[in-house]
Every structure is written in C-alpha cells, then in structure tokens.
Design a protein around this ligand. Structure first.
Ligand SMILES: *[C@@H]1O[C@H](CO)[C@@H](O)[C@H](O)[C@H]1NC(C)=O
Ligand SMILES: *[C@@H]1O[C@H](CO)[C@@H](O)[C@H](O)[C@H]1NC(C)=O
Ligand SMILES: *[C@@H]1O[C@H](CO)[C@@H](O)[C@H](O)[C@H]1NC(C)=O
Length: 921
C-alpha cells in the first residue's frame, strides 16, 4: 500500500497503543485560530486523504479556512452514518442487489459492505394505530385482559375503527405501547426480516430493533462517543444521518448533520459529502439564565436571534462564558433547532461539562487526552482560546422570558404573558400567519356539546389537542420533569384536564417513561389524561389519533378557532388535525398548563388556572416547580438510570424482534411475491467497461417550468387510488387499504418508479392543468408519466427533461434521482439547479445540463416536442459546454454541471452504485 500522505503527522497515546493524526506536527499557526468545528473537518480530511475523493489540496484548503471559507469545496467523511428504517431500506436494498450483481461476475459477495459504519434504527414505521381508547374497540386476540394474547391478524387490526367514542375507559399505557409494537411488527414483517438479514449479512451494519427508541435519542444517548477508535486510530466522532434531528448531536461537540437518503447511501458506499467550506458564525453567550425559563425558552430565544442574523448555510459555533451554564441537554436542544434558522450545525465544542456527561457512560481518559492534545477540547471561560470566527453575534441569556410560538409558524413567538391579547388580536386580524379574521359578533360564540354524557362548551381558543412530546426535548429531562412535577402539583391541588381534550404523552423513548416513573410523576401525567402512546416519532410526524366526533362537530358548527398545544419543534397549519386551526408550540409544562386551563386565552398572571373541587382558585405560579426542585430530581433519578436502561434494552432486544425469521445467506433471498422489498434493476446491465454516454434522438418526457421541487419529482405520502403505482399494487392483488404509503414502499423500485412525477401538483407544459400526466409525443396520447416513460423505454427511445429555474429544490428524497433514472431519463436541461439535486443526478448517472445564461426553452423557441441529441466528447471535463441538436435543425449550447473530475468519473460509470460495483469487478 502507498504511504499515507500524512503519515508524518502520526502520534501515539497510551504508550503507543493508540495512534492519531496530530495537526500540531504541521507546525502551522493557523490551526489555533480555526473554529473547532473546522478542526474536525481538517482531521477527517487528513485521515481520509486518498488522492481520489480526498486530496492534499483539500487539506490545504481547510487549513487555509480564513481565505477559503465560502469558496473551496471540501470533502467530509463522517465517522458514522445513521439511518432510520424508511430511508435505510433503499440503501440496504441497493447493497443487497449489488451483492447479487458482483456474485454474477464471480466476485465474492461478502466484499460488498458499507464502507462507513452504519447504524440503522427501526422506528419511523410506528403509527399510532392505537391510542388510549381505540384499543378498547380492537378485537382482543388473546381473549384475556392483558397483553399476553397472540398478535392479532393484520385483517383484524386494519378493520378496527379509528374514530372512537371518547367515554371509554382508558387502558394502561403499557398495554397501549405494546399494541403499537405488535401492529408495527405485523405491518412491517417483510421489512423487518430484511433488516435482520442486513444485520447478519453485512459488516459495519448495526441494526437497532423496533421500540428501543427514536433515532436521534439513540444517537445521543447510546451511539455517540466523544471519539471513535478504529484500526488503532483515535479520532473525533462525527455523523451524518437521515433524521432531521441529527444536528442535535452537535450539542455534544460531535459534528453532524442531516442528509438525504441518497447522500447517506453515497457515504456508505465510500464517497465523502462535498460541502462548500462553511463560514462559521461564533455565537457568544453572556449573562445568566433566569430561573423561570425552561431550556425550550432559551432555545426559542436563541433560534429567533439566529434567524434574524441570517446565517443560512453556515456553521454556528458557541463560545463565551455563558456556555458553561448550559447543561448538555440544554445544548443538544439548542443544536436540534438549527434547521429552523437554516444553519448547517450549531456546534458546542467539548468542554468539562460534556466530559462529565459522558463519564456516566464510558471510559473517557483516553478520549480526553486525545481531545486535549489536538485542542478539540476547550474551556469557555478562557477567552484566549477563542478562535477567529467569520462573524460574531452576542446573546445575553438574561434577556429570556417564557414564550410559546404560533398559531401557525414556529417563528412567531408570543410571550406567555401576552398570550391572551395575542390570541385576541389573531381573531381580529385578517387571514394570515397571525390572523383568522373572525367577525366581532362571532368572537364570543360558545358551542355546547355532549361528551361522555356531560355537557361542555367550546369557544375560540379552546384547547382540543394537548400533546406532550419529547421528540425535541427528550434530551432534556429537566423540561419533562418540570411538566411532570407541574402535573403532580396540579393533581394535588385538585385540578383536572377536561376529558374531551385529546391528550397524549409521547416520551421519545422508554427511558423518558422510565425516569418519569422513577421520579414518581408518571401517575400524575396519567391522572390528567397524558398517557404514553408509543415511543417512536409520533405526533411530530403528524400521526395523532382523531378527535372525538362531538368536538369536531362543535368546532364546525361554531366555525371555531380551536387550538392544539404541543411540545414538538415544528408545526404546520392543519398538520395536527384539519379542524384545528391554531397550533402552538410550548414547553411541556406549558402544554400541561394550557390543557388544564382548557384555553389559550388565559392570562396566567391575572387569571387562575382552574378551581379546586371546593371552588378555590389555583394560579399557575402556585404550582410551578422551582428550578432547584427539578434539578434535584434530575440528579437523583435520571442520569444514573438513563444509560443503564437503554443499554439493557439494546442488549435484550425484544421478543418480537428475536422471533423475526431470516436467512443466514450471503445473498438476500428475494421473495418475488413481496410488494415491499424488491431487487432494483440498477445493476441489470453491469459490465466491466462503462458504456458510451452520448444521447441520440431523445424525447422530452416532461416540459417543466420554474421551481420544480423534489416533492414534484419524488413520491411521498399516500398512494392515490388512481395512479400507476396503484395499478401495479392491484395487479399484485392488494386492496387500496393495503397500499400503505410511498415512504413505506421505498424498498420496491416498481412502486417508487411509478410514483416518480406522480404528484398532482406537477405543472407540465405539455398538459394544460396540474397533474401527474404527460404527452407521449409519438402517439399524441396523454398518459401517466410512468406509462409514457415505459412506452418510450420499450421503443428504445432515450429521455430528457426540460425545466426552468431552481430545478430540484426542497428536501432531499431518496428516489429523486433513482426514480427518473429508472424512468429512462438520461439528462435534465434546466435554467438552474438546486446544487444538492445536481449531485444526486450525477450520482445516478443522469447529466445535469444548464442552459447558457439568459437562455431557456422559450428564448430558444423549443416546443419540447422535437427530438434532442447530445454528443459527448472523448474526455469530458467539469463545467464543459456541450451542444444539443434538435430534430428541427436547431442547436444550442448547455453547460455540463460536473463539479470535479471525480464527478465526471462517477457519471461515466453510470453513477456511484455502478462505480462501486465495478471497482469490485
Ligand atoms: C445581560 O442583560 C442583563 C439584564 O438585561 C444586564 O444586567 C447584563 O449587564 C447583560 N450582560 C451583558 C454581558 O451584557
Ligand atoms: C431557510 O430556507 C428556506 C428554504 O430554503 C427558506 O425558504 C427560508 O427563507 C430560510 N430561512 C432563513 C431564516 O434563512
Ligand atoms: C413504574 O415503577 C413501578 C415501581 O418501580 C413499577 O412497578 C412500574 O412497572 C413502573 N411503570 C412503568 C410504566 O415503567
């Protein structure tokens, strides 16, 4: 093997037992001025320098960050990849298919493994099929009372009415959680078998079975290390994940962010992420924290501050004397919010507080000497250690008062003290983010209704959904404990929550339940109606159970602005439930408080929260737990047990998972009847020598305008009954109720290809109105996009797409390039591309071609119906101009948007998957 270009930097620890790359041996004074997050990028580039994906020039560029920031493109190979089940499936299916493909060429299939260690966490398939009363309606399979019966059949469960009368007796939260788990396992059997096979067949793959916890929480509490050690080298931990909460990890000084399924797959296949060397905004924390604010308030305060600072696409790194006041849970909560202000990460370099947190869990002596040796450790109180940031913004922690946000957007914050007035003004205001425009004479309306035999009234501002979710703040036990203590004090004071309010408690992991129970507050949550509904990501992905019918009717009758209050980190109008127009994000204790008040139109200072049974007024301040009280309980019950419990769950697994059958084979035994897992055809024509790439006489499959987003391109959500995917599934004898969602079927390329461009919002210029249709040009027929593409493919006609500006913006979706590829699309010609999507296209061997500046399909007078030919030169270079010739005799130039020679090589191999497979041949 060739000498590593940076072998001269290798140093050792622990009497030579552990090696590391020591940047101090570069003798470069710039290192000490680099933000610590950039030092992490530098270390990874040094260690992974292979001359192909990562070059010495990249290392030099990172070191030269002061000048190169926002200019140089640099690679980053994270220490590990984190996948959740939905996004994990396609990547794993591709690797399984690659094993088949190389085996066909006589290569040992066991050589196909993720190059980067991958944790796959099975949690997002949890659906709240059962909530506290629905379960009473479910057929009881075992005939008994307890959870001991055998799992109900899919048929029985799917026939269970989801809308349930509300007066039924609640069942224990344990049973509810258990039923959810059974449901999940039945529904997902094929996928679980596949995952289990992956965990056995692949090296570098760790599968966390269902119901252990949500991705981000496991990432935080179980999978994270300050450092990683492999092949005798110690290096800082870093991660990319497909969960939007991945950024939480930066609160632990572990660099990491969320990526799309395609990007994570690329990293698994050995390709680093490419990023523009980021600018790093230093966020200086000063002042001291007001004891009444929860960390959520601090988070929202800092979020707003950072939003206003306009730091989209940058790194944020915290420093200043205020940082050491923040506990690790506070930091991770803040770090979790960075998607709200579009920063790539919010990084809290490792300090004494971080190390102390880890001490509870693992050996840290070596880690700490390593981090100190390379100055990835810092003391926030010592300003002489402060790096030079691109810019500095200061935040005074004393300025925080409690807030909620809403009614429609997370950025619209309302101080709790002015909530009543603010809601009133929302009723008055014209319809908008802060307005519902309710006529004056209708604002006082009260609608009576019956619930469980009792009469209640709803009015504007009535709370009908109250969800204590620890999706965001699971990492912050103090907040959940504050809520629990508040619940306890409320119950002790004789207060209750009205029974028609849809209350739920989604603790994020069993551990949260555990510490709520251990601290004695769980029964009080339950007494107020907040019962555990499951451990996956629940309400925050929109899976709330429906409201009681009488409540829905009352809301409709009075055209009421009913409210949801939840402690998630995102919310969108109508997302919780169609008829709930105002949704507020609030800290868990405030969710409890508003649930008890039954309305958001309350001034906690001046009005009581409720009355005791003997009519005594109780104010919020009477029952709000003090910071000291909370911290004491946190110390006593939480930290010691958290890690132990999770480790126990991980090691024990669960009986369902243990009983999932799977093969021990090196190749996956595809089940040809499966409609969830199918071997994709990416490798169907894999040959040792890449095929030529010129495009002859292509038709335009679609003629699109500006701003075609990944939502238009890649299938998501439910599968429409009238769609190409539905036809396919029906041909497999599935009924519409068995279709499940595109997300759940992304391990089936046949479904996903049919779902590509199947959005009802697709604006195709070939067709007058929005819809998933296109013109099959040779026949003049209007067809589903898939059917047209299928006909072209059968006739051997290559395809291109014509598009306007910003093609492919929006969230990354794993099928956004695979889908078009399998439809036969060879190139997309657009006025401009979202950069990420451009890379995704290249990764699948599709050419992103850009019209020359000032030109577009209209200026070139293209009808879209002509045929297009693009001849590629022998040697292609990044950014080269190519000529497109049409069958009408026109010709025009376009730019081939390849960033680098590596990009060109990947493209020439027909994308990354085939490139990797071919290197094995
Ligand atoms: C932070 O704000 C508080 C109160 O508003 C003020 O007393 C204090 O001086 C401020 N601290 C700094 C460092 O600006
Ligand atoms: C964040 O990004 C989204 C989408 O790119 C954009 O619409 C929004 O304005 C950005 N917000 C901020 C605060 O930069
Ligand atoms: C709560 O703790 C009690 C006593 O330790 C135990 O019996 C019970 O099973 C626990 N409940 C939950 C939901 O963990």
């Amino acid at each position: 093997a060739a000498e590593h270009p940076y072998s001269h930097l290798i140093d050792t620890l622990k009497d030579g037992q552990i090696k590391f790359f020591n940047p101090y041996k570069l003798n470069d004074p710039r290192y000490d001025k680099l933000p610590l997050s950039i030092r992490v990028l530098l270390e990874a580039a040094i260690r992974n320098c292979d001359g192909f994906y990562t070059k010495q020039e990249d290392v030099r560029n990172i070191l030269h960050w002061q000048q190169e920031q926002n200019k140089a493109e640099v690679p980053f190979s994270p220490a590990r990849v984190l996948l959740q089940d939905f996004t994990g499936i396609p990547a794993m299916v591709d690797l399984a298919a690659m094993r088949d493909a190389v085996a066909k060429h006589g290569v040992d299939p066991s050589l196909v493994n993720p190059k980067c260690p991958t944790d796959l966490i099975v949690d997002h398939s949890l659906q709240i099929d059962y909530s506290k009363c629905a379960i009473q309606n479910a057929p009881n399979p075992g005939g008994g009372e307890g959870p001991s019966g055998s799992p109900a059949s899919v048929q029985q469960i799917e026939n269970t009415p989801l809308l349930c009368p509300f007066h039924l007796q609640p069942v224990s939260e344990v049973e509810t959680a258990l039923r959810n788990q059974e449901m999940e396992l039945i529904r997902n059997k094929e996928r679980l078998q596949f995952f289990k096979w992956c965990s056995k067949a692949f090296k570098n793959v760790n599968v966390v079975p269902p119901d252990v916890g949500a991705v981000h929480q496991l990432n935080l509490e179980y999978l994270s290390r300050v450092v990683q050690v492999s092949d005798g080298f110690i290096y800082p931990d870093s991660v990319v994940g497909t969960d939007s909460h991945t950024t939480m990890i930066n609160g632990l000084g572990i660099l990491g962010w969320g990526v799309g399924g395609i990007e994570s797959e690329a990293i698994m296949l050995g390709q680093p992420i490419s990023l523009t060397l980021p600018q790093v905004v230093g966020c200086k924390l000063v002042g001291s924290i007001n004891p009444l604010t929860t960390s959520i308030d601090i988070v929202l305060g800092i979020t707003k501050h950072l939003r206003q600072a306009g730091i989209a696409g940058k790194f944020v790194e915290f420093f200043g004397p205020g940082v050491s006041q923040l506990s690790v849970p506070d930091r991770t909560t803040i770090a979790n919010m960075c998607p709200e202000y579009n920063a790539t990460v919010s990084f809290f370099p490792v300090d004494q507080v971080t190390l102390k947190h880890f001490k509870k869990t693992s050996e840290l002596v070596t880690a700490s000497s390593y981090m100190k040796a390379v100055k990835l450790f810092r003391s926030y109180d010592d300003p002489s250690e402060d790096p030079q940031y691109s810019e500095v913004i200061e935040f005074n922690l004393s300025s925080m008062v409690p807030y909620v946000s809403g009614p429609k957007r997370p950025q619209d914050r309302v101080a709790v003290s002015s909530m009543k007035e603010d809601f009133q003004s929302c009723l008055d205001e014209k319809v908008g983010f802060k307005g519902f425009h309710i006529a004056k004479e209708k604002q006082e309306i009260r609608v009576p209704f019956l619930h469980g035999g009792q009469e209640y009234q709803l009015s504007h501002g009535s709370v009908v959904i109250a969800a204590v979710i620890s999706c965001t703040n699971n990492c912050n036990p103090s907040v959940m404990l504050t809520a629990g203590l508040l619940a306890r004090k409320a119950v002790e004071a004789g207060l209750l929550v009205k029974p028609y309010i849809r209350t739920s408690l989604a603790p994020g992991s069993g551990m949260v339940t555990h510490y709520l129970n251990a601290s004695g507050v769980l029964p009080y949550f339950n007494k107020l109606g907040f019962e555990v509904i499951g451990y996956g990501c629940a309400t925050c992905v929109g899976n709330t159970a429906p409201l009681p019918e009488a409540v829905v009717d009352a809301i409709k009758q009075g055209d009421l602005v009913a409210c949801g209050v939840l402690s998630g980190n995102r919310h969108f109008e109508g997302r919780l439930c169609d008829c709930v127009r105002a949704n507020y994000l609030a800290s868990p204790p405030l969710v409890v408080a508003y649930a008890i008040a039954g309305t958001v139109g309350v001034d906690f200072e001046k009005e009581p929260l409720g009355l005791t049974s003997d009519g005594k007024e109780v104010y919020l301040r009477d029952i709000w737990p003090s910071r000291e009280e909370v911290q004491q309980i946190e110390e006593d019950t939480v930290f010691s047990s958290i890690f132990k419990d999770l480790r126990g769950r991980m090691e024990k697994g669960n009986t369902f998972w243990k009983n999932v059958e799977c093969s021990d084979s090196l190749l996956f035994p595809w089940d040809h009847k499966s409609t969830y897992i199918r071997s994709p055809s990416f490798f169907s024509k894999l040959v040792k020598v890449p095929p030529p790439q010129s495009i002859e006489n292509a038709h335009a499959l679609l003629f699109l305008g500006d701003k075609v987003t990944t939502d238009h391109i890649s299938p998501a959500g439910s599968i429409a009954r009238v769609s190409a995917a539905a036809k396919y599934l029906m041909s497999k004898r599935l009924t519409p109720r068995e279709f499940n969602s595109y997300g759940a079927r992304r391990g089936n390329d046949a479904v996903m290809t049919r779902g590509t461009f199947a959005s009802i919002k697709l604006q195709n210029r070939f067709i007058g109105k929005p819809g998933p249709k296109t013109l099959h040009i040779p026949s003049g027929q209007t067809l589903d996009v898939f059917e047209a593409a299928d006909r072209y493919q059968r006739d051997g006609i290559p395809l291109i797409i014509l598009a306007g500006k910003d093609y492919g913006s929006g969230n990354s979706r794993d099928w956004v390039a695979k889908g078009p590829y399998l439809l036969g699309v060879r190139a997309v010609i657009a006025e401009s591309f979202e950069k990420l999507h451009r890379n995704q296209l290249v990764g699948m061997g599709i050419m992103p071609l850009q019209f020359l500046s000032g030109q577009n399909a209209d200026s070139l007078e293209l009808s879209g119906k002509e045929r297009f030919s693009i001849t590629l030169p022998e040697s292609l270079s990044p950014g080269q101009e190519l000529t497109v010739k049409t069958s009408q005799g026109k010709s025009f130039s376009v730019t081939a948007l390849f960033d680098s020679d590596t990009d060109v090589i990947l493209f020439q191999h027909g994308g990354l998957l085939r490139y990797v497979a071919r290197t094995l041949l």
